[in-house]
Each structure stands twice: as structure tokens, then as C-alpha cells.
Design a protein around this ligand. Structure first.
Ligand code: SF4
Length: 236
């Protein structure tokens, strides 16, 4: 939304990138800029390349950014919160566009997002991160159906659903993330976890493989702790 240079015409921004990275001529770059806007479904691309960012809506600016990111045929596109601040209709259009482009170019896309609806819609694989650490990863389907980490479960539980009672407050996760200037020794989710045990405070859990594709990092799933709970019924 704000990444485009407000003082430059949209076409010039695409052309600048092309000339800088591919060394093609100005004339070729002008033509390619029009083609790229067409690719991301910006109407009247010949006219739009000569306009400034303020003449575009939020969704159209997002399309221009995607065009700009695609001009050098990347194998990987990293999209950080690509639908933030867009209304839901435009958000759906942008996600459809990204899926389209991914298919057309046979490339990979990493989407960084807090929106689990976006994840469910577009991602094949999901990595759940907290305080700079991976806590769970696997296929999106597997994690949505069988979340193994308390943080993932709480995240999924905090998504409002239509069948929820209107009288109850929305679920949230109490507390705040740890201060990363003083990183925790043990599990980074310890202070906010209702399942926390003594072992979690000072010992970083290892990854436990649940299936070939699905793993999580939590002492609750560690065989040693499961065994201890089974035999003593107490906390590890
Ligand atoms: S390791 Fe412990 S504190 Fe961390 S998420 Fe698992 S149970 Fe909670």
C-alpha cells in the first residue's frame, strides 16, 4: 500500500527495476511494464503506466506491487502480510491473483500472515512461528485438523466462528510475547501457556515428528513426558 514511490509514475517504477536487473532497453522495458500490469489484471495498462500511485485504489496498488515483484521472473516470492488493510472482497481478489501467478509461473510463494483464513485459503504447507522460533510445521490440512502445539491450538481457537455464542467473549491468548533482548532459556511460549510444566521453563523442547510431514516443539508431546504422566499422572 505504501511501498510504491509516490513521486514516480507507476510504469517508471517497474521500468527502473527491469533496467537495473535485466539490462534490457528502455523501449523493451516500457512494453514489459504494460504487459506486467496486464498480467495482474490492471485495466487499461497503457494508460495506467503513466499514472502516479495516488491515482490507484489500495487493491490496484497491491496488484502493481505484485507486478513489480514479478518482473524479473523470481522462483520465490515472499509476501509479507499481502492482504493487510484491504477489504475482504479485494483481499479475495489478491489471493486469487497470487494463486494464478503461482500456477502460471510454477514458482513458490512464502506468505507471512497473522490471518489464518488466508493460510487456509492459499497455503499447502504451514509453519507456525512464535518469538522467532518454529513451534509447529506441516501440511496446512494436517495442522488445521490436528494441531499439536498449545500455541497453534490457541491461535486456531481465537478465530471467531459463526456458531459461537454471541454472549461469550472472544477467545484470546493472555499475556505478551517474551522480550527477545532477554530470550527465554526454555520454551518461548512458557509464560502464556496454560499447559506449562516445570521442565518447560529452562529447557527448550526438541522437535517431535508426528508424521513424515508434521512436527512440533512442545514438551507435552515428548515421549519422556507422556510416559511420566502415564505412570505418575503428575506434572513433569
Ligand atoms: S513446551 Fe511447555 S510451555 Fe511450551 S507450549 Fe509445550 S507445554 Fe506449553
Amino acid at each position: 500500500m505504501t511501498s510504491l514511490n509516490p513521486t514516480m509514475r507507476v510504469g517508471d517504477q517497474i521500468v527502473e527495476s527491469l533496467i537495473k536487473h535485466t539490462g534490457i532497453s528502455r523501449k523493451e522495458a516500457d512494453q514489459k511494464a504494460i504487459e506486467m500490469l496486464e498480467l495482474v489484471s490492471v485495466p487499461q495498462p497503457e494508460k495506467r503506466v503513466r499514472q502516479y500511485p495516488h491515482e490507484f485504489s489500495g487493491g490496484m496498488r497491491q496488484r502493481v506491487m505484485i507486478a513489480l515483484a514479478m518482473v524479473c521472473d523470481p522462483q520465490l516470492l515472499i509476501a509479507d502480510e499481502p492482504t493487510t488493510a484491504l477489504d475482504v472482497t479485494v483481499q479475495a481478489q489478491i489471493l486469487d491473483l497470487m494463486k494464478d501467478i503461482q500456477q502460471k509461473f510454477g514458482m513458490s510463494i512464502i506468505i507471512i500472515t497473522h490471518d489464518l483464513g488466508v493460510v487456509a485459503d492459499v497455503a499447502d504447507r504451514l509453519v507456525v512461528m512464535y518469538a522467532g522460533q518454529i513451534l509447529e510445521q506441516g501440511t496446512t490440512e494436517e495442522i488445521f485438523e490436528n494441531p499439536m502445539h498449545p500455541y497453534t491450538r490457541r491461535l486456531l481457537g481465537s478465530v471467531p466462528r459463526l456458531d459461537m455464542s454471541k454472549d461469550k467473549p472472544l477467545n484470546s491468548i493472555d499475556g505478551t510475547p517474551p522480550d527477545l533482548y532477554i530470550p527465554p532459556k526454555g520454551c518461548s511460549f512458557y509464560d502464556r501457556c496454560s499447559d506449562a510444566m516445570k521442565i518447560c521453563k529452562d529447557n527448550l523442547p526438541e522437535f517431535i515428528e508426528h508424521t513424515d510431514e508434521h512436527r512440533s516443539r512442545c514438551w507435552l508431546n515428548h515421549p519422556m513426558v507422556i510416559m511420566k504422566k502415564d505412570t505418575k499422572g503428575g506434572q513433569a
